[in-house]
Design a binder for this molecule. Structure first.
Ligand SMILES: Nc1ncnc2c1ncn2[C@@H]1O[C@H](COP(=O)(O)OP(=O)(O)O)[C@@H](O)[C@H]1O
Ligand SMILES: [Mg+2]
Length: 259
């Protein structure tokens, strides 16, 4: 595999926290899913959220965007508490966007119609809207499927469309929930490049990406967080996480390597 990410951010200034989770706990039907989660996500980083299926990654994403409320704990964006601020306001005021684990597109609309539908909501000026839509089509190589319904597109094309919809509002925080799931090797490689480009084109942007299998994601992360048994068992640089004994025991296993 060639080099996808030329450099990693290895030092972070502590004054660049973008999202802070403080003592977050969550239960569904009296079953505890997340317990006492404390986490800082920094401006400009690509951070990987790793953990086995069912551990609570999507739930954590939902808590950050505001589609579910934790039983306990607080969420901060730009040092402001947003725990009680609704999802649309987090999107508008703080520029939080999500590419959900599944869906994220209107299946019965064409690629262009999808972009137009969201564009109408998030970009007021019609000339600017048309410009941004065409930019997304070119950037994500969707020209060939511009008039194809989303349900007839390939998995990789649909994922690129879902990402372009999330990016139309030029978000400051991009959350991607298991974007590598179900992609073939080439689509996977393209998505890795896309994510790194999202960071390069705006070095203020925070990108949080989850995955249950670490290989595709760790290659592009600055930092990673391992979620297991309801808790964050390790957060650190990719090397720190890979060399962590507890993470090896509970998540990676002994023989895991990224290259
Ligand atoms: N709305 C819900 N009601 C009840 N249980 C849920 C709900 N959403 C998720 N769960 C459960 O919570 C756990 C964590 O789910 P999820 O956050 O989707 O994990 P992950 O994304 O890591 O696979 C799972 O056991 C899942 O079945
Ligand atoms: Mg999930």
């Amino acid at each position: 595999m060639g080099i996808i990410k030329k450099f990693r951010i290895t030092e972070f200034k502590e004054d660049r926290p973008k999202i802070l989770l403080k003592d977050i706990s969550l239960s569904f039907n009296k079953r505890q899913i997340l317990e006492n989660i404390n986490l800082t996500l920094r401006q400009g980083e690509i951070c990987g959220l790793l953990g086995p299926n069912g551990v609570g990654k999507s739930s954590l994403f939902n808590i950050i965007i505001g589609s579910i409320k934790p039983d306990y704990g607080k969420v901060f964006i730009n040092k402001m508490e947003v725990t009680n601020i609704p999802i649309f306001e987090r999107a508008l005021r703080f520029g939080v966007a999500i590419v959900p684990q599944t869906g994220g597109v209107f299946s019965d609309l064409s690629c262009f119609e999808n972009l137009k539908a969201i564009g109408e909501i998030v970009i007021k000026d019609s000339n600017e809207r048309s410009f941004q839509i065409e930019k997304m089509i070119a950037k994500f190589e969707l020209d060939a499927v511009k008039n194809v319904k989303a349900k007839h597109m390939s998995g990789g094309q649909r994922k690129r469309l879902a990402i372009s919809l999330a990016l139309l509002s030029n978000p400051k925080v991009v959350l991607m929930d298991e974007p590598f799931q179900g992609l073939d090797l080439l689509a996977c490689r393209n998505l890795q490049e896309t994510i790194v480009n999202l960071q390069t084109e705006n070095n203020e942007r925070l990108i949080l990406v989850s995955d249950h299998a670490a290989r595709d994601l760790l290659a592009i992360c600055d930092r990673a967080i391992i979620l297991a048994n309801k808790k964050i068992i390790k957060a650190g640089t990719v090397n720190e996480v890979l060399n962590d004994e507890i993470s090896k025991n509970l998540y990676f296993g002994d023989s895991f390597k990224i290259n």
